[in-house]
Structures are given as structure tokens and as C-alpha cells.
Design a protein around this ligand. Structure first.
Ligand SMILES: [Zn+2]
Length: 219
């Protein structure tokens, strides 16, 4: 039985590395996959991991019908034994339905990798639909850590190291960005709620004014 599997985790938890590893393991057994991605850090049509691995991928823009793409691919006589989707949180809900149809009608395994929640702790629409439709959800075991050492469960968006809570759901950026740029940092829930990034924690440690409660709760 083929299945739709959602591998979920925070940013920086090794999702793309695992996506590449799954592809590698299958190609070592002579299987061929179709890899979709969206807005990868290495640019359009690439799937890259933080460990430096990269492979070609099909850029799944918001207008693409992924099921129709696979049907056209197979009817050209090209091979597809499985499908990998990276950055699946960025897909539209309708595209997740198309992935389910690839599993059910074409009988291919689909492995989707994505972040569950955005920088405001809300589900991405693509991830919500995956949670609704997936046969299996795997929470990734390669755990990212907050600056405090606790398990990082939430994604923070930062500008110049300070956490922001306003803005569009999707702004492409990466962890460890330079000053002034939009970046991301993974935090434990406690420090996400307190809006304490590694930069503000460091600044706070130097200040005699630091209190273990958020600023707004002190008045
Ligand atoms: Zn923490």
C-alpha cells in the first residue's frame, strides 16, 4: 500500500537532509523519484540541505497541478517510483489534495517534508491540509535546540536579531541571517512566548534590568 507521509518539524531540524537521504536510499535500489520543492534556500528548482547536499528538483509554483504533472510525466514514458516534496508548508491546500490523489490513483508513495507552524505559531495552510490527509505523520527526531538548550518547538521570525510577530506568513529567509535582515530562529515555546531570541537574551544578560517575564506583562 502506498502512503502519504508528512515529516514535520521546526526549521533547522534536518528535514531537507532527510528528504535527500530518502531519495538517495531509493536511488541506490534502482528507484527513481520526482522531487518537488518550493522556495528552497538554494533557489528555484533545487533541493538543498544545510549539510551542503543539493539536488535538482521541480519548482512547484502555486499554479502547478502536481497530480497532472505526474500523469504527464508517466504518460511520456518517464519513470516515477515515489515522490518527495520539500517545503510542503508552502503548497496550497488544493495541491496537498493532489498529492493524496497521486498516492491513491497512481499508487506512489509521497513523502512530504514541512514546517507545521509559522512565526506566529499558526499552522501553515499546506501543513494543516497534510495533517488532515496524511496516512502517517512523523515528527522528526533530529531535534533543533533553543539557545537555552531546551527542545526548539517553535519558529521565530527575527529582524536584526529581535523577534517580530507582525507581517506576512511567508517571507523567505534563513536562520543565522546578518544584522537588519529578516531571519528565523528556532526557540522553545517558553522563549517564543517571551520573545527572547539568542540576541536579546545576550543583551538581557548584560543588563541589570532583565526580568523573566515579558515586558508587556510588567506594567
Ligand atoms: Zn528556550
Amino acid at each position: 500500500m502506498s502512503e502519504l507521509v508528512f515529516f514535520s518539524g521546526t526549521m533547522d531540524c534536518g528535514k531537507s537532509t532527510l528528504a535527500l537521504q530518502i531519495g538517495h536510499n531509493r536511488s541506490a535500489r534502482g528507484l527513481q523519484g520526482v522531487i518537488f520543492t518550493r522556495d528552497d534556500r538554494a533557489g528555484e528548482g533545487r533541493l538543498s540541505s544545510r549539510l551542503g547536499l543539493v539536488t535538482d528538483a521541480v519548482e512547484a509554483d502555486e499554479t502547478m497541478d502536481l497530480y497532472a504533472y505526474l500523469v504527464a510525466h508517466l504518460s511520456r514514458g518517464a519513470r516515477a517510483d515515489y515522490v518527495i516534496v520539500d517545503e510542503a508548508q508552502f503548497l496550497a491546500p488544493a495541491q496537498i489534495d493532489q498529492l493524496a490523489r497521486i498516492v491513491d490513483d497512481l499508487e506512489l508513495d509521497v513523502f512530504a517534508f514541512g514546517i507545521t507552524t509559522d512565526f506566529r505559531t499558526h499552522l501553515f495552510p499546506g501543513s494543516r491540509r497534510l495533517i488532515e490527509l496524511a496516512d502517517r505523520i512523523e515528527s522528526l527526531q533530529v531535534e533543533a535546540l533553543c539557545w537555552c538548550g531546551a527542545r526548539a518547538t517553535h519558529n521565530a521570525r527575527t529582524v536584526g536579531g529581535e523577534m517580530v510577530v507582525e507581517g506576512a506568513q511567508v517571507v523567505v529567509g534563513d536562520v543565522n541571517q546578518a544584522q537588519g535582515e529578516v531571519g528565523y530562529e528556532v526557540l522553545c515555546r517558553r522563549h517564543h512566548l517571551r520573545r527572547m531570541t539568542s540576541a536579546t537574551a545576550q543583551a538581557g544578560a548584560l543588563s541589570p534590568d532583565v526580568l523573566p517575564v515579558p515586558r508587556e506583562a510588567r506594567t
